[in-house]
Design a protein around this ligand. Structure first.
Ligand SMILES: *[C@@H]1O[C@H](CO)[C@@H](O)[C@H](O)[C@H]1NC(C)=O
Ligand SMILES: *[C@@H]1O[C@H](CO)[C@@H](O)[C@H](O)[C@H]1NC(C)=O
Ligand SMILES: *[C@@H]1O[C@H](CO)[C@@H](O)[C@H](O)[C@H]1NC(C)=O
Ligand SMILES: *[C@@H]1O[C@H](CO)[C@@H](O)[C@H](O)[C@H]1NC(C)=O
Ligand SMILES: *[C@@H]1O[C@H](CO)[C@@H](O)[C@H](O)[C@H]1NC(C)=O
Ligand SMILES: *[C@@H]1O[C@H](CO)[C@@H](O)[C@H](O)[C@H]1NC(C)=O
Length: 810
């Protein structure tokens, strides 16, 4: 009896030992019914039968999980039919699974051998073979983590070793009774920029999308969370994704289910069971190529599929997606259109370089005829090194996503222009087209009549033939739909504190400007025409005529006028932030306008000018565009002001000649200074100067290099040609610049200041160039590149026959 209980004791001791062990050596083995348990008791390895099957498999499961979720199976494809199996590690380090007839069911295969091999189940759930002397290191001869089944555990790599060719892919089970590989699999495709792809058989079903340094463009929901962290590694040796749990008490696994859904499941121990935290694919648009080529899929839209701008439905085969509106010409006339918020297309067959700059990337794509699109590779880096990803064929499998990076799609120049035009903010039209035509015919007659009367009366008044008190009617008669309120002189005097010196804001083109506060609290700026200046009087008229007709958010708004008691006053909305020159030419204040703000200002001025040149009823040349005439409102939106020198053109007239030069040195175009010729292109010139001043923070005339008498324009031109134009960027905005935007802006500025007016772009073109991505022409030398002396030297001008009385010195 005693002997028996001693035996029993020995047996249970043996069992306890065998349960506790996590390692076997070449002399030991595991038979059906025995298990290995990892040191921390999380995982167990042994024989099991899945579902209702009677077959026996060797696998790994969670030791304490009541559901015994299997995370790895050794002999997936070749089950044991009875419980006679034995797992051993042989003396060169190969794991072998044998049946009762000693025939091989499964084996691990390794290229290396170990001198004193042991097999061990680690706490991570990784079953490894290593040399006993390497115990505790990561030097494994073989590891189960390299041969995933349908589950990826924390710390296990899903991906490839590019050096050895090892492809760690996951495959679903065939059924819950059969762990052999089913039809769904995940793997990193490396034909092109690596991407994680779900396949059914050999057919692509879903792409995670390319990794952009921050996220997968097709699965932004996969991100670092409270307990879940992951990394994506992609370098010359390896491409893989790996994740881990922040809280070791929360078990997590990624599993690809038999229906292809991949799910992240977690279990916090105990009997709570596993919960699905997230799964992929999420919606119909996730299914690969749902909409065909050059189309994007949007589940919030009906129909879900739509062609990208510049593409149209393929009429021959509508299921294949979209085709180009205009085919590429493959010369410099092609350009790029930017698309944001799209899952980047299939990267199969793409080319990439991890260190290239964004600009070089664009040029490379433009040069290669078969390149259809480009994008940055790693948006977490700056544009100088964010890498380059080029597509060559059709663009497949794009989905509208909220958080995604930009892609630049190559298109024919014609299509680029049409899209840019379409995307430009629309200007509000006063009236509808059909009625406008009728009204126009009727009203133009009345207008001409009115203007004749007005001009006649102005002339008469100058000769003193019309009495003062009747002048106050003038504002009303100015134009047919002009509703310019008249201000009472008493209102204005009390608002400006009787034009007190404290209220003086500055001096405009023809008289002082005062700040005022109306009784209702509204702030106004009052321009007061000098009484004795006949020159100013003409300009006053001019300004009333022009400004009262103009309505645009980038033009300063005239609130009313007052012609009474010998005063001629213009009442404007008050701009709290003064003028642009106040900021950009001042080191300290310049910091208040960072690059994004400056870029907005440049675009705002351009839109205001475009309105003057094209969209207002009369084409107007401002003639004195300069930093001092661009006012800034509370939100630093630019408003062009001071129309005292503006001149409108009628009909097809596009150019005029004057002997009376107005404007400001530094902003005047050569043809205007030298020949007195002005046109909208003279404003474009001034705008170009303004751009360069805004970017550089330096006045055009004041910018002289001591060693070299270059002016701002010449310097910018030279630096652009040498690819060094960042050198002229204002130091106070260097931190905030967007490199491509700045270079582009300088480039556009230089196109505007080209010497020949015909070479300068129109304002509509300027706006397009500022907002698009296509290749810009090289600017020719700016005006005054050679004749820079003309600008700096007064005498050159006064020798000229032209009078230059109104040229404001700077
Ligand atoms: C072992 O071999 C015998 C005779 O060849 C066969 O009948 C038996 O089914 C085999 N056992 C296993 C487990 O394959
Ligand atoms: C292991 O064996 C399988 C099938 O026998 C083979 O396809 C694979 O290349 C082998 N792996 C190594 C690392 O030898
Ligand atoms: C997640 O966080 C870890 C640090 O905990 C970091 O190394 C990793 O890059 C992050 N992953 C992503 C995708 O941001
Ligand atoms: C580019 O090709 C288009 C059409 O093929 C042609 O109309 C255009 O003139 C070409 N442009 C240049 C600069 O060669
Ligand atoms: C990637 O771009 C960098 C910088 O332009 C260049 O030096 C390098 O040779 C390129 N690598 C490849 C493989 O083209
Ligand atoms: C365009 O790029 C493709 C893919 O890299 C390359 O095979 C082809 O030679 C390139 N063509 C030109 C003209 O550079």
């Amino acid at each position: 009896m005693e002997a028996f209980s001693f035996l029993l004791f020995c047996f249970s001791l043996l069992m306890a030992v065998s349960i506790a062990r996590d390692t076997i050596n070449t002399l030991e083995s595991i038979s059906d019914g025995e298990i290995l348990v990892s040191a921390d008791e999380t995982f167990a390895l042994g024989f099991f039968s899945p579902g209702t099957s009677k077959n026996r498999y060797v696998g790994i499961w969670y030791n304490k999980d009541p559901t015994k979720a299997i995370v790895w199976v050794a002999n997936r494809e070749k089950p044991l039919t009875d419980s006679s199996g034995v797992l051993k590690v042989n003396n060169i380090g190969i794991l072998v699974l044998l049946d009762s007839n000693n025939s091989l069911i499964w084996s691990s295969n390794t290229t290396r051998s170990a001198r004193n091999p042991v097999a061990k189940l680690l706490n991570s759930g990784n079953f490894v073979v290593q040399d006993d002397s390497n115990s505790g290191t990561e030097d494994f001869v073989w590891q189960s983590f390299d041969y995933p089944g349908d589950t990826i555990l924390p710390g296990q790599k899903l991906g490839r070793n590019l050096a050895t060719g090892l492809n760690r892919r996951t495959t679903s089970w065939k059924s819950s009774d059969d762990p052999s590989p089913g039809s769904f699999s995940y793997q990193f495709d490396i034909d092109g920029y690596p991407q994680l792809v779900l396949r059914e058989g050999t057919t692509k079903r879903f792409r995670f999308g390319s990794w952009n340094g921050i996220q997968f463009s097709g699965a932004p929901q996969l991100k670092n969370e409270s307990v879940f962290r992951f990394s994506m590694i992609s370098n010359e040796e390896e491409v893989y994704i790996v994740y881990w749990s922040v809280d070791s008490s929360v078990h997590q696994r990624l599993q690809i289910a038999m229906d292809g859904f991949s799910q992240r499941r977690s279990w916090s121990g105990g009997n709570t069971g596993w919960t699905t935290v997230s799964h992929i694919p999420v919606d119909d648009c996730d299914y690969y190529g749902k909409c065909g080529a050059y189309a994007s899929c949007d589940t919030n839209h009906f129909p879900m599929c739509g062609c990208l701008d510049g593409f149209v439905q393929n009429t021959i085969d509508s299921s294949s997606g979209c085709v180009r509106r205009t085919s590429l010409s493959c010369n410099n006339s092609d350009g790029f259109v930017k698309f944001s918020g799209l899952k980047l297309p299939d990267t199969k067959g793409t080319w990439f370089n991890t260190s290239m700059s964004f600009e070089d990337c664009r040029i490379l794509c433009l040069k290669n005829c078969s390149c259809t699109a480009y994008a940055a590779l790693d948006v977490s880096k700056g544009p100088n090194s964010n890498g380059c990803l080029l597509w060559f064929g059709k663009l497949m499998d794009m989905k509208v996503m909220t958080a995604s990076e930009d892609i630049y799609v190559k298109m024919a120049g014609k299509d680029v222009e049409a899209i840019v035009r379409k995307r430009l903010p629309k200007f509000k039209k006063k009236k509808q087209k059909i009625t406008t035509a009728i009204i126009w015919v009727l009203s133009s007659g009345i207008l001409i009549l009115c203007l004749t009367i007005i001009i006649y009366r102005w002339e008469m008044r100058k000769k003193g033939k019309i009495k003062e008190e009747r002048e106050s009617d003038d504002c009303q008669h100015d134009e047919e739909d002009l509703e310019l309120p008249l201000f009472d002189i008493n209102t204005v005097t009390s608002a400006t504190n009787n034009f007190s010196a404290d209220n003086l804001l500055g001096r405009g083109g023809f008289g002082p400007v005062y700040k005022g506060i109306l009784e209702d609290g509204q702030e106004i700026a009052v321009k007061r025409l000098s009484k004795n200046s006949s020159q100013g009087f003409e300009e006053f008229k001019n300004e009333v005529m022009h400004v009262s007709k103009l309505q645009h958010r980038n033009l300063v708004r005239l609130l009313g006028c007052c012609i009474q008691a010998g005063e001629r006053l213009l009442i404007y909305e008050f701009m709290s932030n003064k003028s642009l020159d106040f900021f950009i030419f001042d080191c300290e204040k310049g910091k208040l306008l960072d690059w994004p703000k400056r870029f907005c200002i440049i675009n705002g001025i351009a839109r205001g000018l475009l309105y003057l040149h094209q969209d207002s009823r009369h084409r107007i040349v401002h003639r004195d565009l300069k930093a001092g005439n661009v006012l800034l409102d509370d939100e630093l939106n630019p408003k062009i002001s001071d129309f005292g020198t503006a001149r409108s053109f009628v009909g097809n007239e596009s150019e005029a000649n004057t002997r009376h030069i107005v404007g400001t040195y530094g902003y005047l175009s050569p043809e205007y200074i030298v020949g007195g010729l002005y046109s909208t292109k003279s404003d474009v010139y001034s705008f170009g100067v303004l751009i360069l001043e805004i970017v550089s923070g330096k006045r055009n005339k004041g910018f002289i290099d001591i060693d070299d008498y270059f002016n701002l324009l010449a310097d910018a031109w030279t630096l652009l040609a040498e690819d060094k134009c960042l050198e002229i960027v204002d130091a106070s905005i260097r931190d905030s610049i967007n490199l491509t935007e700045v270079i582009r802006t300088i480039h556009v500025g230089l196109l505007c200041v080209q010497r020949n007016p015909e070479d300068r772009p129109s304002m509509s073109y300027v706006l397009m160039m500022l907002s698009s991505e296509w290749e810009l022409p090289q600017p020719k030398k700016p005006g005054f590149f050679i004749e820079r002396d003309v600008v700096g030297d007064h005498s050159t001008l006064s020798n000229n026959e032209l009078t230059a009385t109104q040229v404001h010195p700077r």
